[in-house]
Design a protein around this ligand. Structure first.
Ligand SMILES: NC(=O)c1ccc[n+]([C@@H]2O[C@H](COP(=O)([O-])OP(=O)(O)OC[C@H]3O[C@@H](n4cnc5c(N)ncnc54)[C@H](O)[C@@H]3O)[C@@H](O)[C@H]2O)c1
Length: 146
């Protein structure tokens, strides 16, 4: 783990309450990502992790973190690309058989929409904000839950 320990109570860490559980974490971009904080806590509590990275540009930033977390599954996943989430679940099926925990902390907005008011967002920005194309429900429904 990195130099900034999570603030979990000692008793929680000792409980290893997630020992034997398998957790998928989508949304790590760097050490500041909420998903990274969640992944570290899952790991400290004993879970095994599958970590994804957005694309080849993101990979060099995420890979060292996935290694530090000891993630046996490290695969690309852009949920806006058809089939990529399904491919992640397929990999999990082949490696683990089933999945206990899935967490995503995906955030995206077109660059121009980061400058103005929420109400002035473009159509594309609103589509991302309100309809969450990033989480196709059919893919989640077909995930390898136990
Ligand atoms: N960091 C904070 O302190 C904080 C506080 C409150 C709320 N939030 C909100 O929480 C959310 C996450 O914040 P964060 O700081 O972790 O951001 P982040 O930029 O670290 O993480 C967002 C992640 O979404 C991923 N992503 C974007 N498009 C994707 C796609 N198509 N497929 C798969 N992954 C995709 C990015 O690769 C990135 O890893 C944001 O909505 C943010 O506004 C953050």
């Amino acid at each position: 783990m990195n130099d900034h320990p999570t603030k979990l109570p000692k008793a929680a860490i000792q409980s290893r309450i997630l020992h034997g559980k398998r957790a998928l974490v989508i949304g790590i971009a760097n050490e500041q990502s909420i998903a990274y904080g969640c992944a570290r806590v899952f790991r400290e509590l004993g879970a095994d992790l599958a970590v994804t990275y957005l694309n080849e540009k993101a990979r060099p930033y995420v890979e060292p973190l996935a290694k530090e977390l000891g993630a046996p599954i490290f695969v690309p996943c852009d949920v806006a690309q058809s089939g990529q989430l399904e491919a992640v679940f397929q990999q999990i099926r082949e490696t683990w058989g089933s999945l206990d925990i899935a967490l995503h902390s995906i955030a995206f907005a077109p660059k121009e929409d980061l400058q103005g008011r929420l109400l002035d967002s473009s159509g594309e920005g609103s589509r991302w904000r309100w309809t969450s194309p990033a989480t196709p429900s059919s893919a989640w429904r077909d995930s390898p839950s136990p």
